[in-house]
Ligand binder design. Sequence first.
Ligand code: ZN
Length: 228
Amino acid sequence: MFDLKQAIEKANHVTFLTGAGVSVPSGIPDYRSKNGLYAGHQNPEYLLSQDNLRDHPEDFYKFVKASMYYPDAKPNVIHEKMAAISNEKGTIVTQNVDGLHAKAGAKHVVEFHGNLYRIYCQKCHQTFNYQQYLQSDRHEKDGGILRPDIVLYGEALPEQAISQAVSAVGEADLIIICGTSFQVAPFSMLVNYAQPNTQIVAINEQRLRLPFKFEMIQADAQQVFQAL
Ligand SMILES: [Zn+2]
């Protein structure tokens, strides 16, 4: 059987590519599963789109405020072990917008889709804290609409996040995919920047089908990280 612990010990640079599954044990629902964020919504991707924010800012705000903020969520063992490993020799590139990798103490984190807890006014770009946003989505001073600094459907990814993610993948001799089915581009395209000899491992309860060579660890990620 593949020995993850040994692979991590031998590696010079470990890059983690993480998704919603990593935060589920912290009580944050994922997007697409039965009880996920999108459950019961006809067109959930529209709710989180640039068009919805522009055309129906009150619907956007209502959905985000009611469904996405979990300020009391705590990092779990996956976040903690990843933080320790990446602080020593690696990077975490995450699709998650919950900030839990940083909360676990990880210093080398690329938040590919931004962070829900960073808020800014679309009109004047002043920043706010999330508590202010949860009170109101209007900037009283100029009437601007506040929004979280996350990448919405229809929006481009920040260039800095792309370049940091691409270099983290290019530097890695071990890539660990965790908490994601790794089907959604452009995140899933990041492996194209890996060196040819870089080992790729995926940890997931369901077997993944991916268009490249990788080691599948079919298990509960919490148990896998607990054992490291
Ligand atoms: Zn403003």
